[in-house]
Design a protein. Sequence first.
Length: 132
Amino acid sequence: MAIVLDASVAVAWAAETELALPLLHRVRDEALHAPMLWWYEVHNALVMKERRGLLFPAAADAFMDLLAGLGVELDTAPDRAGVVRLARAHRLSVYDAAYLELAQRRALALASLDRSLLAAAKAEGVSALVAP
């Protein structure tokens, strides 16, 4: 199964949260996809954790290397109208709507910890992987 990986899941993996680890085990052998902004969101969140003293730079770098090794395919050609429609219809940020649009356009499941995004996915008939 191919999956669209939301940044919320990847960032939670870095913190090893109990909610995210089961999702890691479910998707580790799957083809992973994300909108291009995923790279920036994840790396920014890790740097912010460093600044707050929640993560050492060496650990952040190691985690960034681990994520690079997952081979997440970054989508660079979103359907602009589709992203905006989803953002408006479900009161999502355009960033979150980009994940949903990608999942919808490619008929992929969505892995997220974001409740609003998961509710929108359900309303749009997009299958979602959620934490148990």
